[in-house]
Design a protein around this ligand. Sequence first.
Ligand SMILES: [Zn+2]
Ligand SMILES: [Zn+2]
Length: 258
Amino acid sequence: MHTPLCRHAVGEPTDYAAQAVKLGFTEIGFSDHNPMIRDDYDDWHMRQDELDEYVEKVRKAQKDHPGLTIKLALEVDYLPGHEPWIRDLAARHPWDYFIGSVHYVSDAWDLDNPKKISEWKKRDPLEVWTAYFERLTRAAESGLFEIIGHADLPKKFCFYPQTDCTPLFDRFLAAARQHDVAIEINTAGLRKDCKEMYPSRQIVQMAAQRGVALTFASDAHAPGEVGMNFAEAVELARSAGYTHRRRFTQRKYDLLKL
Ligand SMILES: [Zn+2]
Ligand SMILES: [Zn+2]
C-alpha cells in the first residue's frame, strides 16, 4: 500500500490502518514507491530525502494502532544497472520486505503510465510483453526482492499480444521458483481497464503447479482501497491449488494457511 509521498496516492498511513482495523485485518504492510537513483527520474516516486519521512509515517500508524501489525516495506522498481542503488536502500532501514516491480521496459518508458499510452501505439504488444517479462525474470533472479509485484502489468490498458505468451510466463515462473521469490495476487488490476487481478488466472495456476510462493496485495492508493476484493483473490488462489501464503518479517517468511 502507498502514501502521498509518491504523489499519486491519497491518505496518511494511519488512515489506511484505521480502515484495516475497521475491516477486521490483523496485519497490513506499506510498500510505497522507492526513491529512484535520481530524483528527476520521474514524478511518481518519493524523493530520496523523503525516505526517512516515509518510515516515520509508517511508525506513526504503528503507534496509533497498537492492535494491528504494520509491516515496513518498499515497492522497488527493478531496472538493470540499478542493483547497487537497491542494495543501498535495503541497508537504510529494517525493512520487512521488498516488492520488486517492473514498470520501466526501457530507461524512459514506464508502460503503465497513463500519460504515455501513445507509446503502446508505436509498438507491437508482443515486443513490449517480451521486454517486460525478460526484465521481470531478471528481477526474480536478482536476489533483491522477496516478492515480485503485479506480474502481468502490461495488460493494464488491454494491449494484448496476438501470440500465446505462455513461454514468457514459464521462464519468469521458473526463475521465481528457483530463486525462492513469491508472486502476489494484486487486486488493483480490477480497478484498471483490464478489469482483472494481476496476474491472470492462467499465471496463478501455472505458479501453483510450479510451487511458486504467494502473497496478497490490494495495492491501495487510498484508504478506501485497503483489502479491496480480497475474498475473490483468496478464491482465485484456492481454485488454482494454493493452500498457503507467505508473510514476511525482517525479510524472512513464515507460512499461513489460506
Ligand atoms: Zn502507485
Ligand atoms: Zn507497481
